[in-house]
Write a protein that binds this ligand. Structure first.
Ligand code: TXA
Ligand code: MG
Length: 307
């Protein structure tokens, strides 16, 4: 559980943005209006800052997050745009459209943001507050909707406060979010464009059918290729052991049992274990709720048998 913080609500102004930028650069998530819904924004290059988004939301699972950038040029530093993606970016950015494209190898994006995937969801928001924050921070910002898990998406600062009071340090109040629903998401990852989420922008592309695939294998879920054993207190022959706390392992999620650190390192260590010489992976127990439950959810999906 996040330690309680006093949540300040400050009207959008240059001073408010300067304070928000200071907090974001210190690794804290802050709520900021966009033209769709209020977002809970953190430095997408800082894994622990991204883990704090999940901690604040109390979300029981890790989904890949949308990364916000100030313009097309910044987006192209992080993702590979084909012609179709470029045309959509030109037509709708800044605005309520998110494009999922291949992640550039050299992009310094925390693996928790993309949930270990080789793709990235990018959006250039139109709202002046989010634009100002992006410029003041000078880094890409991961931002899901600024609501606690299971609550509806916030379109006013009051909604954010009602759901995240004492869990985040700052809400920038920019009045009502104009659109009120989350951005349209389109995947441009090779082959024809696919509509991943309907939203304010109407795109003529076939809707992706993701739900029918096996657990852990959905397009939006990374899982290692090797068998994975849960709740291992020691490693067996042929296993790469991912440790936590007292269980040291071949590498550890967090020697100090920090859940923020463990969440921040989860996907990097799964990739490392997958690339190791051992044919199997084992993971130490991760007890607790909140972030621990989200970590266990992802590990269970990774451990689920698939054919
Ligand atoms: O309007 C919006 O888009 C709001 C505001 C704050 O900008 N943001 C938002 O972000 O809704 P978020 O992080 O909650 O949206 C995440 C969704 C995931 O659930 C998934 O559907 C999709 O974006 N997504 C993100 N990265 C993806 C990827 N690499 N591949 C497939 N889908 C991805
Ligand atoms: Mg949401």
């Amino acid at each position: 559980m996040a330690k309680p913080t006093r949540t300040r609500v400050i009207a959008f102004s240059n001073d408010a943005i300067a304070e928000a930028a200071r907090l974001v650069l210190a690794g804290e998530p802050v709520a900021v209006p966009t033209e769709t819904v209020y977002g809970l924004a953190a430095d997408a290059t800082n894994p622990e800052a991204v883990a704090r988004i999940y901690e604040a939301k109390g979300r029981p699972s890790f989904n890949p997050l949308i990364v916000h950038v100030p313009d097309v040029a910044a987006a192209e530093q992080l993702g590979d745009f084909n012609e179709a993606a470029r045309a959509l970016a030109k037509a709708y950015w800044p605005g309520p459209l998110t494009l999922v494209v291949p992640l550039k190898r050299e992009a310094q994006i925390a693996s928790l943001v993309t949930a270990g995937l080789p793709t990235i969801a990018l959006r250039v928001p139109a709202h002046p507050a989010m634009q100002a924050l992006l410029k003041a921070v000078g880094k890409p910002l991961a931002a899901p909707s600024a609501n606690a898990s299971g609550r509806i998406s916030p379109t006013k600062a009051e909604h954010v406060l009602a759901s995240l009071d004492s869990r985040i340090p700052l809400i920038i109040d920019g009045g009502s979010a104009e659109r009120g629903i989350e951005s349209t998401i389109v995947a441009a990852t090779g082959g024809p464009l696919r509509l991943l989420r309907r939203g304010p922008v109407q795109i003529n592309a076939p809707e992706a059918s993701g739900a029918i695939e096996a657990p852990g294998m959905m397009a939006s879920h990374y899982a290692p290729s090797k068998p994975l054993r849960l709740d291992a207190t020691s490693g067996e022959a042929g296993e790469f052991l991912i440790g936590f706390g007292q269980v040291a392992g071949d590498a550890t999620l967090s020697a100090s049992s920090s859940l923020v650190e463990a969440a921040a390192r989860l996907f990097d260590l799964l990739h490392q274990a997958d690339a190791a010489s051992q044919p199997r992976i084992a993971v130490a127990p991760i007890p607790g709720d909140g972030l621990a439950a989200a970590i266990r959810d992802r590990l269970k999906r990774a451990a689920a048998p698939r054919s």
